[in-house]
Ligand binder design. Structure first.
Ligand code: GLC
Length: 442
């Protein structure tokens, strides 16, 4: 009797047991699928996106190839932007303003840091790198990556504007490389008269950031200043600024620079110079290896020196350069930092500089035997870089630059008198700095 009762109970329970087992199997299957997908996902490389000016893509791509070979779990995807730095900055800005930026790495011109950092778009990198490690970089380049004492950008390469000259033509004419604005005008005219070059001096006059960098050098070389970063005083309507504009306008009026110079950017001027059509050029160090490549008509015929200046003043260089930051919205900050460490490491930079001819951001590389063997002028350039002047490191830099670009272009193309243009530029800049209660970034 008891036995029968137990068997009956068991019979009732059995279907429950079966469904329990089925339930268990489904759970296991589900967990298996989850685990498998997680495993597959974990095997997928993480992709880091970045945006940069198109001409900088091929050199970076070469470094990326090596990085990816060493780090199979990370892929880097380059989005090529326009050539002009200010247009690339606009693209980053719109991406950040729209919300989640699609970019993990932010490839930054030295002038963007205050704005991007003040807007809260970048990760603070201060605790990721020690003071000792930072000390290996040029202090100016590091400074350009700080905002209110925190570090947001690590420099990968430096830049400084300088004067290129045709040493062959100067030697033939028995002339020394020019020191002052007047020397440059006189030497240009002499060399133009020989018929060996059509133009004397080329500079970047298009309405864009490059013209601002160029103008800063002429302005400082005339003894003037744009915005004093400590006091935020604006110097654009002072007589030195007018002298600077006078020099630039004079180059066109006296036929030393082509009339089209007010529409040229770096690459236009480099091509003219490299084709042998001009005696002097103001540009960045990237020109050197290109002008000296096998097929270049001016290979081995150029010299490089600090910019010319007004008599009694000294030559000034505008500090340029590029570095990496990490977007605050990036979902892969660790991988992004790994890439930054790789790109800024001494060995990667040595290879990068040897191949591409940019200026290193690490001081020791300027005198590195391998680098000096290829670029004997680097130790001399280090001095120029160390004295190079930062464009005002203020959060409103983009607007300040835009004001200067507009009025400078108006003055250079004779649309407005230099006095009126610089008066308006100075007033607008003052209003901008007062409205934003700008404070220096230090
Ligand atoms: C170079 C400089 C950069 C500057 C730009 C202007 O790329 O490195 O700092 O803003 O030229 O065209």
């Amino acid at each position: 009797m008891l036995y029968r009762q137990s068997v009956n109970k068991l019979r009732k329970f059995l279907p429950n047991l079966r469904s329990l087992r089925r339930f268990g199997i489904s759970i296991l299957l589900f967990l298996g699928i989850v685990l498998f997908s997680w495993f597959v996902m974990a095997q997928q490389p993480v992709t880091l996106n970045l945006l940069l000016p198109a001409p900088d893509a091929p050199p970076l791509q070469r470094m990326i190839k090596d990085f990816e070979a060493e780090n199979p779990g990370i892929r880097i995807n380059i989005v090529e932007g326009p050539n002009a730095t200010n247009l690339v900055e606009d693209l980053y800005t719109s991406a950040f303003i729209l919300g989640e930026s699609p970019y993990d790495l932010v490839v930054m011109d030295i002038i963007w840091t205050p704005k991007f950092a003040a807007a809260g778009w970048l990760l603070d990198l201060s605790n990721r790198i020690s003071q000792d490690e930072l000390a290996a970089f040029s202090p100016n380049d590091v400074e350009g990556g700080r905002y209110e004492g925190k570090l947001y950008r690590l420099p990968i390469r430096s830049d400084a504007g300088m004067l290129y000259y045709r040493k062959d033509l100067l030697a033939e004419a028995g002339l020394q490389p020019p020191e002052t604005f007047q020397d440059l005008m006189a030497a240009s005219k002499t060399l133009q008269k020989t018929g060996k070059v059509t133009w004397g001096y080329l500079w970047q006059g298009r309405q864009y950031e490059g013209a601002v960098a160029m103008f800063m050098e002429v302005l400082e070389g005339a003894g003037g200043f744009w915005v004093n970063p400590d006091t935020l005083e604006v110097g654009l309507d002072r007589p030195e600024a007018l002298r600077a504009i006078e020099f630039l306008r004079g180059t066109v009026q006296e036929g030393v620079a082509p009339p089209g110079v007010t529409t040229y950017h770096e690459e236009d001027t480099r091509r003219f110079f490299q084709n042998g059509q001009a005696a002097f050029l103001r540009s960045w160090p990237y020109v050197w290896p290109l002008a000296n490549e096998e097929t270049s008509p001016i290979k081995g015929k150029i010299g490089i020196k600090p910019m010319v200046h007004a008599a009694g003043q000294s030559g000034a260089a505008c500090l340029g350069g590029w570095g990496f930051g990490i977007s605050k919205s990036s979902r892969h900050p660790e991988e992004a930092w790994k890439a930054i460490q790789y790109f800024t490491s001494e060995e990667t930079q040595r290879q990068f500089i040897l191949k591409e001819g940019y200026l290193p951001s690490r001081r020791a590389l300027f005198t590195d035997p391998q680098i000096v063997a290829k670029y004997p002028h680097y130790p001399q350039i280090l001095e120029v870089v160390q004295k190079a002047v930062l464009r005002p490191p203020i959060a409103q830099y983009a607007q300040a630059s835009d004001i200067l670009q507009r009025y400078l272009s108006a003055a250079l193309t004779n649309r407005t008198s230099p006095e009126k243009a610089m008066q308006s530029a100075a007033n607008e800049t003052r209003r901008l700095l007062n409205a934003g209660q700008a404070k220096p970034s230090a």
